[in-house]
Design a protein around this ligand. Sequence first.
Ligand code: ADP
Length: 519
Amino acid sequence: MINEAKKVLKNYFGYDSFRKGQEEIISNVILKVPTLAIMPTGGGKSLCYQVPGMISDGVTLVISPLISLMKDQVDALNDNGIPSTYINSSLSSLEIEDRINDAKLERYKFIYVAPERLESRAFRQLLKELPIKIIAIDEAHCISQWGHDFRPSYRNIQMVINELQNQPTIVALTATATREVISDICNILDIPIEHVFVTGFTRENLSFTLVKGENKRDVILRYLERNQGQAGIIYASTRKEVDQLYQFLKKTGYLVGKYHAGMTEEERYKAQEMFLFDRITIMVATNAFGMGIDKSNVRYVIHHNLPKNIEAYYQEAGRAGRDGEPGECLLLFNPQDVQLQKFLIEQSSMNDHVKTFEYKKLQQMIDYCHTDKCLQQYILAYFGEDNQTYRCGKCLNCTDQREKHDMTTEALMIFSCIKRMNERFGKTLVAQVLKGSKNKRITQFNFMKLSTYGLLKNKTEKDIVDMIDFLAAEGYIELTSGQYPVLTLDKKAYLVFKGDLQVIRKVQMNQRQLVEDNQ
Ligand code: ADP
């Protein structure tokens, strides 16, 4: 059977061997076993349903949210001699009718549709008349409300599957999925957990770095100066910020375009095409830009603002280096961006349960900005690939030359203070108590009487907050979910109290002197 798959691979796609994971996934689908494939971007997900689709009789229905990509994918299949089509809102009703008639005559092996199309009862009726043997669901994380890109129209897929008489084989594919999302996809699509294939999230060609507390425009200009002529994306969180940054870079003389949902469809299309065909090298955009941008030579992705969670970050940053050549992912961190993300969660129509979950994910994103660990390892651990010894060797932390310093004493002071404040307050107040500040809240709660009051008076409040952020990122301190997170101690902090664990941190020389001055 796999030999037959290899023949298809060679004859239709021109490749000699399967990539990591493809063979198992393809075998599963050929055996009609429902399957979920999690593969990194550029890993080769399309072949996981295209090869089985060629071996199977009948039609493969591909559900994809990426209207802009459908045409390219279908053209590529037709070029390879595989009759295929797509049906989406870019076509006239006459064209749709023609394609539907051809589909009824079984002229296609692959039919691509957007999930919204499945809302139409007439269209679902048509699907019943077709010999659909495989349903491939691309970007499958969109089906889960725990995913970062939930699309309600994806829920129609269930309905289609239930309505079809001959149960087709389901293969769901995505590049990003946390444990919650995986189990959600499996539940909704009835995929047994043992048929989930994770071929790994590691993107070895990407290097991750972040810059904290510097003027963002200066950093961007310095970066662009060093990367002249290379294609890159700069993500900003609001339309206004995109407009401003775009103007600024344009004035500076860069070949830059912009993309956000406030522009007309035509403007967006034009900007996208200019970028795809290298007429502009830099695209400044909100997160509306990207899903389905198949530009392989993006060399860097800069995040001007903190993304809402690691999934969104990894997916956006992962648009660098799709061709396997080195790509750089730079995040510009400013604590104020955290407030914007919290505001967005607060303002959203999500229920409280989902909000709490979003706050938790935001905290994990913030922790990413404060950890000392390999940044790629941190991301992999987030997705459940917990390999403590993995080092990418090229991220900010792997290449960090700063010296390691034992900060167990300060950590114990911070832990004690949190405990004495009954684990009921946020980091600002804890830092102020340790600093020995005088203000209304401190007087109101009588915190001057605490034995930990003023213990770190030689430091700035900012330094203390910075240490707390680090201790949170390393899992000693936990922050409750919500708009105003409260600091609580994790069991890891108690190991430090017992003397079983030391707290080691890399520090700059000046930070180190500050630490030592205090002792
Ligand atoms: P994904 O959807 O996972 O991001 P694609 O399916 O678009 O990735 O594949 C990325 C690239 O890798 C495509 O150019 C594809 O033709 C190529 N590719 C996929 N599988 C193989 C393989 N077995 N051998 C060589 N190239 C492959």
